[in-house]
Design a protein around this ligand. Structure first.
Ligand code: PLP
Length: 375
């Protein structure tokens, strides 16, 4: 169902909303369409704040994000930036003052348990501490991308998202899962939340919704939350964009979901992702190989200056630029992530095993060239 009724609506939007309600976890069922991911995040934040307002809690305005997170480039999304924009963020001051930052589950560099084989979930306790210190009665929502992509591709340890769900419930805080990158098969399940049985209150999606063929995003809200809007005279969501849910984009998204299901692309991502991880782990002989993490076809390779001490390159941002260039020289287009020394690998879900072998070979040669230059 569409989130709020509009006098102008078309059947493709209705069909796509119904389809999203079917395939997303739990009672996520009410959909607001946007032209892209940043606007979906903006929508989620507005929904969270208005939800609390309508329930008589107008002071719940803060949104907790996690270190390194990226949730988009519009002002609301930048307010919940976890450091992705780095030192450049001041260029846009003052940002809306509602974002607060908590640590991400980044086991390789965790101040609590990096020396332990398993995460102890102290990172979840850290997030709870931020809620308590800020005053839970002022917190509207926690926003997480389930596999913290921009935060160095840190895959949450078992139990982490369950704990976060419990923490949010304990304090009456909404949990927003930003699945703009992870949605639609990328991690080996239709939505990354499914790996841990997470049912968020609000989910944001874009990219994979149309596999990039048309610009479209969506904010999907749990029925119980939407009901608060529907029951209130002030429940109109003052939020609409000319091209949100454009008929052509909706038609493409519907067909795209059909193809993802028919071709088993999520299952393919699971199998090929495991193959890619294995290939990347075979590069561990490199002196700059730090760590490899991933889930499905969402992987990160962290390169370091000193493997034994996990010492970062002197200037991680510059090292990232250099590594990207060396990869591009090999024919591989990549991004590097926060703080600069994590290669981000998210190939098309249709990639072949031979192409994965090729990718690993290119990274092997790029690492060697990097080491010739810097070690
Ligand atoms: C997790 C996440 N959220 C939001 C966005 C913003 O999406 P868009 O670029 O479509 O505005 C991105 C973009 O990369 C993203 O990775």
């Amino acid at each position: 169902m569409n989130f709020w009724t509009s006098s102008v609506i078309h059947h493709r939007q209705i069909n796509l909303a119904a389809r999203l309600a079917e395939i997303t976890p739990g009672t996520l069922s009410r959909v607001h369409f946007t032209p892209g991911g940043s606007e979906a995040v903006e929508t989620a934040i507005k929904v969270a704040k208005q939800y609390h307002y309508l329930r008589g809690n107008p002071n719940r305005y803060k949104v907790i994000t996690r270190e390194g997170a990226y949730h988009g480039c519009t002002f609301g999304a930048m307010a919940v930036d976890g450091g992705y924009f780095g030192t450049r963020v001041h260029l846009y001051d003052p940002l809306p003052p509602f974002g607060r930052i908590a640590p991400a589950p980044y086991h390789y560099r965790c101040p609590h348990c990096a020396d332990q084989p398993q995460c102890r979930l102290d990172c979840a306790d850290d997030l709870e501490r931020v809620i308590v210190e800020e005053g839970a009665e002022t917190v509207a929502a926690v926003i997480v991308d389930p596999c913290s992509t921009a935060s160095a591709v840190s895959i949450p340890p078992p139990g982490y998202l369950t704990r976060l769900r419990q923490i949010c419930d304990r304090y009456g805080v909404l949990l927003i899962a930003d699945e703009v990158i992870t949605g639609f098969g990328r991690t080996g399940r239709m939505f990354a939340s499914e790996h841990w049985g997470l049912i968020p209150d609000i989910m944001t999606v874009s990219k994979g919704l149309s596999s990039g063929y048309m610009p479209i995003g969506a904010t999907i809200v749990r029925e119980e939350i939407a009901q608060v809007f529907l029951d209130s005279p002030e429940g109109v969501l003052s939020h609409g964009q000319t091209y949100g849910g454009h008929p052509v984009a909706c038609a493409v998204a519907l067909r795209n979901i059909e193809l993802i299901e028919r071709e088993g692309l999520a299952e393919q991502a699971a199998e090929k992702g495991a193959y890619l991880l294995e290939g990347l782990r075979s590069l561990s002989h490199h002196p700059t190989f730090g760590d490899v993490r991933g889930l499905g076809l969402l992987c990160g390779l962290e390169f370091v200056h000193d493997k034994a001490t996990r010492q970062l390159p002197d200037n991680p941002r510059r090292a990232g630029y250099c590594m990207r260039t060396l990869c591009r020289d090999q024919g591989l287009i990549t991004l590097t992530l926060h703080p600069g020394n994590v290669l981000f690998l998210a190939p098309p879900l249709t990639i072949s095993h031979a192409e994965i072998d090729q990718m690993v070979g290119m990274i092997d040669r790029a690492l060697s060239a990097y080491e010739d230059r810097y070690l």
